[in-house]
Design a protein around this ligand. Structure first.
Ligand code: ADP
Length: 452
């Protein structure tokens, strides 16, 4: 870039200098021509006076001058010529300056003389006796002029080229200075740069991009940390049931287990295997939602019938604890992903049953509002302390780990609910009183759009 700017300035300044030089030469040439004409005019008047006073004798005493003198009759014949044989010369009546002199008394012209192979300046003066006296001189040509001026012109050009080299060098480094001084990592670090309004948008753009990169980087670090934590937690969660399973299996295999213990051991193995399956299923469900669910198809879905289906699927669990599980409300259609909506109701109801005492009640209510659909799952269970409410949606967070395990929890249920709600731009509210019960309310926008 620096090289390009340098050459551009150098070429432009050189062209300008050459043009100025050429114009100067042309000016000088015009000036010299005018000077020559002026001399010719003066000389013509002198010759006129001499001829008037002395007649043709004037030419006898005439010493050669720089000028050629020709004396012509009214009808164009040559009476005298200082440089050529007048007898040999053609009639001059048609010459421009002669015609003009005969018409107006005085004439001038300049033209190329093939006899002398040079440009000639002519003046012609009508005499009182009707003859015409003409003076001419060879005009200095541009090339003559240039030849005479060659040395000064060349030396001036050399100096000017040298100057334009220095100028181009200093200008290009001056132009590039702010760009070179720019620190792309910290665009606003140099206050001097702010003095250039042309650079400010670039600085702003750089700064914006930096901020975006920083944000993306932080986001990436955060999600990589979450993933790491998740992997560590998931492996840990899987390891525990595996240890239990392999422990009981080894006891049976080694023959150390008594026959009457085997049904109990088998039940333990089955329940731990069931827990592992649930954990794997929840992990798969969560990772599908983690992707943002862009590939999931949204359709008009009736949350009321979805809630009824989910409650039906959990009826056995509720019955086992003597819990009354009822679904109330009205049909309420919203734009959503039916299986994901089912997952929300199922997880909330499953938790309500898990964390409620026997013979209590779990209620599901679906309400159809103008722009929203609400889902409320309430129970008369153990409740959640205020300080835990903000954390229960974290992966693997459990208020009481051993209780959660006892009731078959994976620690991922509410995480799935949170992601599933986010996919529908839904809002989650939790009201809970320890020892009294909990209420989970999810507010879905009907069209699935995000609130402004
Ligand atoms: P888990 O599989 O352990 O139930 P969740 O993510 O579904 O995991 O829930 C996280 C924790 O929140 C649970 O371990 C439990 O302590 C608490 N929790 C969730 N739902 C309820 C509820 N209805 N009543 C009381 N505590 C609950």
């Amino acid at each position: 870039m620096s090289r390009r700017i340098f050459y551009s300035i150098f070429i432009v300044s050189s062209v300008v200098m050459i043009l100025v030089m050429a114009m100067g030469l042309w000016g000088m040439y015009s000036h010299f021509t005018e000077e020559q004409f002026e001399q010719l005019r003066n000389e013509t008047q002198l010759v006129r006076q001499g001829l008037t006073m002395s007649g043709s004798e004037f030419f006898d005493n005439l010493r050669t001058t720089n000028f050629r003198i020709t004396w012509i009759t009214r009808d164009g014949r040559i009476l005298y010529d200082s440089d050529a044989d007048s007898q040999q010369m053609a009639n001059h009546l048609e010459r421009e300056e002669i015609r003009e002199a005969l018409e107006t008394g005085y004439g001038e012209s300049q033209r190329f003389s093939s006899t002398l192979s040079a440009k000639q300046l002519y003046t012609a003066q009508l005499m009182d006796d009707g003859t015409v006296i003409r003076l001419s001189v060879t005009q200095s040509s541009i090339s003559q002029l240039s030849r005479r001026l060659l040395l000064p012109v060349l030396s001036t050009l050399a100096v000017l080229f040298f100057l334009s080299l220095i100028l181009a060098g200093s200008l290009s480094s001056k132009i590039l200075k702010p760009i070179n001084a720019l620190d792309p990592d910290n665009p606003f670090a140099d206050p001097e740069l702010m003095a250039y309004p042309e650079i400010r948008p670039l600085l702003q753009k750089l700064e914006d991009q930096h901020q975006q990169i920083r944000k993306d980087h932080e986001e990436l670090e955060r999600s990589s940390l979450i993933r790491q934590e998740f992997t560590a937690n998931a492996s840990h969660e899987l390891k525990t049931p595996l240890h239990v399973i392999s422990g009981y299996a080894e006891l049976i295999e080694s023959g150390m287990a008594r026959p009457e213990d085997i049904p109990g051991f088998a039940a333990k193995i089955s329940s731990e295997a069931h827990r592992m399956t649930k954990l794997v299923e929840d992990t798969i469900g969560l990772s599908a939602l983690d992707g943002g669910g862009d590939d999931m198809k949204r359709v008009p879905a009736d949350l009321y019938s979805i809630a009824q289906n989910a409650a039906d699927a959990l009826q056995t669990e509720a019955d086992m604890k003597g819990i009354t599980l009822d679904v109330a409300g009205e049909p309420a259609v919203l734009s959503g992903v039916p299986e994901v909506l089912h997952g929300i109701v199922y997880n909330l109801c499953e938790n309500a049953i898990k964390y409620s005492p026997e013979n209590s009640r779990v209620s599901v209510l679906v309400r159809n509002m103008p722009d929203q659909v609400s889902l409320t799952v309430s129970d008369e269970g153990i409740g959640i302390a205020q300080e835990d409410i903000s954390r229960i949606f974290e992966r693997f967070y459990r208020v009481d780990k051993s209780h959660s395990k006892e009731v078959g929890g994976t620690g991922l249920g509410l995480s799935i609910v949170k992601h599933a709600a986010r996919l529908h731009n839904a809002e989650i509210r939790v009201n809970s009183t320890p020892g009294k019960g909990s209420e989970f309310i999810i507010l879905f926008p009907k069209d699935g759009s995000s609130p402004e």
